[in-house]
Design a protein around this ligand. Structure first.
Ligand code: ZN
Length: 152
């Protein structure tokens, strides 16, 4: 019900706004909120929030910067709850996070290796290896999240 209304409203948005606000992502949020509303008081509340948001979607999305920002914040708040309480994860979240970890830890090791062995190529190879491990590990985790249908 809420989703159909939202889709109707979203269809009235100019393409540019539709893409900018990643409205398709919002459809996903509504599905999740509906899914959890029975057992989660916050999701129950969020349903009302979505309804209010749906009514003002076009107005907010095409309005001045303040209203666009308000729309963004409200959508973010919905996702923040879905992440914290229901385990939703942003697309590529682990891939970027673990790549960063891999880079940071391998840089540290590389500097150590360089100081000990004076072998710059070894140090460089270590950084590359750390990045690859972080990336692969992260993609693996993201894949698992995607398969359990928790990605948005
Ligand atoms: Zn909830």
């Amino acid at each position: 019900m809420a989703l159909t209304n939202l889709q109707d409203q979203a269809a009235r948005l100019p393409r540019k706004e539709f893409n900018f606000f990643q409205v398709e992502r919002l459809f996903r949020a509504v599905e999740w909120i509906d899914h959890h509303a029975e057992s989660c008081a916050d999701c129950q509340k969020a349903r009302g929030e979505v309804e209010a948001l749906t009514e003002r979607l076009v107005e907010l999305a095409t309005g001045p910067n303040e209203s666009r920002l308000e729309l963004e914040n409200r959508v973010e708040a919905l996702f923040e709850h879905l992440e914290k309480a229901h385990g939703l994860v942003k697309m590529q979240y682990f891939t970027s996070l673990f790549s960063l970890y891999g880079l940071a830890s391998s840089l540290f090791l590389a500097v150590l290796a360089w100081m000990i062995s004076d072998d710059f190529e070894l140090a460089l190879a270590l950084v590359g290896l750390g990045l690859v491990i972080g990336y692969v590990w992260g993609s693996f985790r993201d894949g698992a999240v995607r398969r359990s249908n928790l990605q948005y």
